[in-house]
Write a protein that binds this ligand. Structure first.
Ligand code: PFF
Length: 446
């Protein structure tokens, strides 16, 4: 089961995996989605529920996903087939692929908007133009396409050359620039109100909706529930520690999300913005912060550039999951796979792009209680599908693969895990599926 085909790559080192997996995890989910979710779901209350969900649900699921990947050395469909040949469980693998394509489609539209801001700041610096986001349809579609092409080019370079190299240099840089923006944000008069709002949980604000959103945000932010960590884990060697890798990724990702909160909310309160503004929050707030800053245009360029890179390392993982399937199972070449899937993501993403551009049929649509096509896609794939995928993965591990097998796989390379083995099994058997199930049902019936 663990024999690797020569066509498959492997990480250069354990740190290579950590960086790539952290690259997948850290992205628009932390810097664009986390603040707007927190803003709409009660601030400090959301942050608290989020941290609990990450620790209690996401961390155990993270170990499970990576271990299934490493045990089978396959993509999501192949991994399930390797454990349970000819069973209907492979549908879970296909769900993962669909979810990957679904998220890739609208995520690249938002990433395209980030790229547009990058270009706007370059123009400001070079030509002295003001920062005005036109949102014209052609512009939105071109930047969306451009971003997808960038993703395709990186993934076509293969696991190691393409993915590992990028993250190593640019992720630490992102943290540094965020640190600088936080300092600036905190120095604005009135900023402390934002800090207080972000760190003080108001328990009366915790509703089933807040809990569902926080849990789903955890899966989204950590790239769980659609086989991204499984696929990255499949390139990991038995010498490496799943516990170290998984924990580092969770820690890193959570720190970045919290930092994003400290970057945005002090400024929102100081500059008189609305924390519940929704998906446009960072695009409304940050230009104001940069506008009042010495050398703001340069900071704007660097920040939006690094955010593009963070988004790119995430879209790369989304595309990599689907690509690994076509390369492993269908014997397609990497090139053919990436361009075909990229084209499919473009077509599926066009309505989201039209929505962002404000074209009425798409913005006035209401699906699943969500307004606009993009938000509906985000809810369907980014919220529901990841939670369902994670739940089914737990059930699959309990009923088919066997939690003992999973735990033993984790133990290889992490001998210290023996002490937590029983606790981990208890969580995956009872706590995680029960909580995900209850939260999902309570949201769907409400
Ligand atoms: N985790 C990414 C982010 O926070 O931006 C988004 C994402 C990537 C979700 C890969 C799911 C995934 F499989």
């Amino acid at each position: 089961m663990s024999a690797q085909s020569p066509r498959r790559g492997q990480w250069g080192s354990q740190i290579g995996f950590i960086l790539a997996a952290a690259g997948s995890a850290v992205g628009l989910g932390n810097i664009w989605r986390f603040p707007y979710m927190a803003g709409q779901n009660g601030g400090g209350a959301f942050v608290l529920v989020y941290l609990v969900c990450v620790l209690v649900i996401a961390l155990p699921v993270m170990f499970l996903e990576i271990s299934l990947g490493r045990a089978t050395h396959r993509n999501p469909v192949g991994a399930i087939k390797a454990v349970a040949p000819r069973s209907l469980w492979r549908l879970l693998g296909y769900l993962a692929l669909l979810t990957g394509l679904g998220i890739l489609s609208y995520y690249s539209v938002i990433a395209g908007k980030v790229l547009t801001y990058c270009a706007l700041y370059v123009r400001k610096l070079v030509l002295g133009e003001g920062i005005v986001y036109s949102g014209a349809t052609v512009e939105v579609v071109i930047y969306f396409a451009l971003f997808l092409i960038l993703t395709v080019l990186v993934v076509s370079g293969g696991v190691q050359r393409g993915i590992e190299r990028w993250t190593k240099i640019l992720m630490p840089l992102l943290v540094v620039i965020m640190g600088a923006i936080i300092v600036r944000s905190l120095l604005l008069p009135g900023a402390m109100a934002g800090v207080k709002w972000f760190v003080t949980p108001d328990f009366s604000k915790i509703t089933p909706r807040v809990i569902l959103n926080a849990m789903s945000q955890g899966f989204f932010s950590l790239s769980l529930g659609m086989g991204a960590m499984l696929t990255y884990g499949s390139y990991l060697s038995r010498k490496d520690s799943i516990v170290t890798c998984g924990t580092s990724v969770v820690l890193f990702d959570t720190v970045i999300a919290i930092l994003a909160g400290f970057m945005i909310f002090p400024a929102v309160f100081a500059l008189g913005g609305d924390p519940a503004a929704g998906s446009t929050l960072i695009f409304q707030v940050l230009p104001k912060v940069f506008g009042g800053m010495e050398g703001g245009a340069v900071v704007g360029i660097v920040f939006f550039f690094l955010l593009c890179v963070a988004a790119l390392t995430s879209t790369v993982s989304l595309l990599e999951v689907v690509t690994a399937y076509f390369v492993d199972e269908r014997r397609w070449s990497r090139r053919r796979s990436v361009w075909t899937i990229g084209a499919a993501a473009f077509i599926v993403g066009l309505p989201s792009a039209f929505d962002l551009a404000g074209i009425t049929p798409w913005t006035s649509i209401t699906i699943l209680g969500k307004h606009g096509f993009l938000e509906a896609m985000d809810f369907l794939w980014g919220n529901l599908s990841l939670a369902i995928g994670s739940l089914l993965l737990c059930v699959f591990a309990i009923a088919v693969w066997g939690l003992k097998n999973a735990a033993s796989e984790i133990e290889i390379g992490s001998p210290g895990f023996v002490r937590f083995r029983a606790v981990w099994i208890f969580f995956i058997r009872w706590i995680c599926p029960a909580l995900i199930g209850v939260i999902l049902v309570s949201k769907l019936v409400s």
